[in-house]
Design a protein around this ligand. Structure first.
Ligand SMILES: [Zn+2]
Length: 675
């Protein structure tokens, strides 16, 4: 079995999809892990003294065959999977985790890394090398490699406990979500709800052998209910039920668990020498420290608050006019927002779709990339694919040099997971003087063509395509030496800049003229539609901003302070939300105990990054707007300082080199109509 190594007998060394058989993977993984292990062993048993080259650099280039195999396998497991493949994934995942743990816990390896790290000032490293050294060292130290044996033991205890607590936290939220149902037997209580929602509720009731309709706290049931149901009392009932998940002093209560998670995270950070959990997390973020994040959020709050209050007054006035309601409660927000939106922007996706034929939109994205970054996309038909729907492109620069291979996989099918994402089959890096070019892919689930119509995209799908295409550009234009610093391997509050910034072109008449043409008449999308798209995109942005900021501040309040001072979760939450709440508090509700993003998932001290990324992309795009959205000079600065640089330097430094200054929130506030 020689197929699944690192070089393939294919054009451009692309993944040999047509030659791979499912039954080959298991053995290929075993062989490639053994190979990678041998490569690491060669570093640790090297009789020569550790150097940057023989240790740090060699480590970064090790495991190449395994990485290629993993990317092929796991990309397909997302885009073209089967039960058989999922079974293999379950078998190989623990082996891969064990292998990566073996590296982090490899003391001989760490000793060599540490020796090099301690000499770093004398080594004359360039910025990329210095970053690589720092990253390698931290991958050990942040996992406790520098600790004494008893502290290491405690760290492992904490990690085990945290993993269990996070799991239980999530399970409790899930259990509480399923423990509630709103059973409706009177048809008039359904007034306002869309047909599809009612139908699903009837089906659910039927499946439980009940009459009438059942609504639950699952989002596809809950969100339409609070958005559309005219019956205010029932909206209140289901909203309060949602707000008190895991806050009912029953066996699924999360109050104690939440506090324990926060305390263990604090202890862990302390053990590793950090002031708080946020300090630990933010060390590897563009924002760098809690003070920066807090001042970022508070500044946004200060600037967005007047607009949010104005919007809230507008929404209240609308509710008064419509239903005589003078004080909005939490269960009124989504409902009146939707009604007001319908009143103000009476247009829908169906009117826009004819202007967004997939082929045109894709070509538009290509043309924009050509104008900005000097690259051309040529569809080719001699590269192996994993499914006939996949399109393949050679990406060339103006001199005809290969920049990347680009795969695009647009339509839903069995075996593809939901959503849209960018990934790669081969990273970019420079090895022994050869600049290996990347193989990048975007995978989406867009409206497929029918017998009579081509694929016509909703506007949301158009921005999604540009978003993923932006990530793809980050991958394709990469130009770094080391694979682990290449392309999208950047801090995660920086990774959405290239993707989100590309979305901005979808709102610009000059860009839309390139691709938004009616699929039958060829007419360019009318300006009136463009205006409505823009306006509706910033509808009630002030209220939404305040909400996001309040969640970010809550996250920081828990993780950037000493949690041993928190006694009562609800009181702590209420105090934190002071100054960011527009709606009255609901005494029987508590958000912190079902805030799975930060307590069961990986977003702790990271919630701010949603807004952070928006500030970045708006600020970056405002530079284009100043100089022209197709200005080559600005685009080149973006390419040279951001898109090609990956994670080779601190993102703030890269950004400043592109923009000439740190990002400011004004462009976002302006775009969102808040100032
Ligand atoms: Zn993204």
């Amino acid at each position: 079995m020689k197929i699944l190594t690192s070089t393939f007998n294919t054009k451009y060394n692309t993944a040999p999809f047509a030659q791979i058989k499912l039954q080959d993977y298991q053995l290929a993984f075993e062989e490639n892990i053994a190979k990678a292990r041998a490569e690491v062993n060669a570093i640790t048993t090297n009789p020569q003294a550790p150097t940057f080259e023989n240790t740090i650099e060699t480590l970064d280039f090790s495991g190449e065959a395994l990485d290629r195999l993993s990317s092929i396998f796991f990309n397909l497991n997302s885009a073209e999977t089967s039960e058989e493949m999922q079974k293999i994934a379950q078998d190989v995942s623990p082996i891969l985790t064990a292998f990566s743990n073996d590296i982090t816990l490899n003391e001989a390896l760490f000793k060599r890394v540490k020796t090099v790290y301690e000499q770093k000032d004398k080594l004359n490293l360039n910025p990329e090398q210095a970053t690589l050294l720092d990253k390698k060292f931290k991958s050990f130290s942040r996992n406790g490699a520098l600790l004494s044996e008893d502290k290491k033991t405690r760290l492992r205890e904490i990690d085990t406990n945290l993993a269990k607590l996070k799991l239980t936290y999530g399970e409790n939220v899930l259990a509480e979500t399923h423990n509630y149902q709103l059973h409706i037997t009177n048809e008039t209580d359904l007034k306002g709800l869309p047909e599809g929602t009612v139908e699903a509720a009837a089906d659910l009731a039927k499946s439980k052998n009940l009459d009438g309709w059942i609504f639950t706290l699952d989002y596809p049931s809950y969100i339409p209910f609070v958005t559309y149901a005219d019956n205010r009392e029932l909206r209140k009932e289901i909203a309060i039920a949602a707000g008190k998940k895991a806050f009912q002093n029953n066996e699924f209560d999360n109050q104690e668990i939440t506090l324990n998670i926060v305390k263990l995270r604090f202890e862990r950070a302390k053990l590793l020498g950090y002031k708080t959990h946020s300090d630990f997390v933010l060390e590897e973020r563009m924002a760098q420290n809690p003070e920066k994040v807090k001042s970022f959020l508070n500044d946004l709050l200060l600037k967005a608050k007047p607009a949010s209050e104005k919007e809230f007054a507008q929404l209240t006035a609308f509710a008064t006019e419509l239903d005589g309601i003078n004080h909005l409660e939490k269960w009124d927000g989504a409902y009146y927002s939707e009604k007001l939106k319908q009143k103000l922007f009476n247009f829908d996706d169906e009117q826009l779709k004819p202007y967004f034929q997939l082929e045109n939109v894709l070509n538009g994205a290509f043309k924009i990339a050509e104008k900005l970054f000097g690259i051309q996309f040529n569809e080719v038909y001699d590269i192996e694919k994993y499914h006939e729907d996949v399109q393949t492109f050679e990406v060339l620069d103006f001199e005809g040099q290969l920049v990347a291979i680009f795969y695009a996989d647009f339509f839903p099918r069995k075996g593809k997971r939901n959503g849209a994402w960018m990934t790669s089959f081969k990273p970019q890096y420079i090895k022994v003087g050869v600049n290996e070019r990347p193989h990048v892919s975007i995978v989406c689930n867009f409206t497929p063509p029918t017998a009579s119509k081509p694929s016509l995209l909703t506007f949301n799908e158009v921005t999604t395509l540009f978003h993923e295409f932006g990530h793809a550009l980050h991958g394709m234009l990469a130009n770094t030496t080391y694979p682990s610093l290449s392309g999208t391997s950047v801090y995660w509050d920086f990774v959405e800049l290239p993707s989100q910034v590309m979305e901005n072109w979808c709102y610009e008449p000059e860009a839309l003229a390139l691709f938004a043409k009616h699929y039958e008449t060829g007419e360019i999308i009318p300006q009136e539609f463009v205006d409505k798209i823009k306006e509706s995109a910033s509808f009630l942005e002030g209220i939404a901003t305040l909400r996001q900021v309040s969640f970010g501040l809550l996250d920081m309040a828990f993780h950037s302070n000493n949690p041993n001072e928190v006694i009562d979760i609800k009181a702590f939450e209420k105090a934190t939300f002071e100054g960011t709440s527009l709606y009255p508090d609901v005494a029987e509700n508590c958000m912190s105990v079902s805030f799975s993003h930060i307590f069961a998932g990986g977003y702790s001290s990271g919630y701010y990054s949603y807004k952070w990324a928006e500030v970045l992309d708006a600020d970056a795009f405002s530079y284009f707007q100043e100089k022209g959205i197709f200005n080559v000079e600005v685009a080149t600065k973006f390419k040279e300082n951001v898109l090609s640089k990956g994670g080779t330097e601190l993102p703030m430094e890269l950004y400043k080199r592109f923009r000439g200054q740190e990002p400011k929130p004004e462009a976002l506030l302006k775009r969102a109509g808040l100032i």
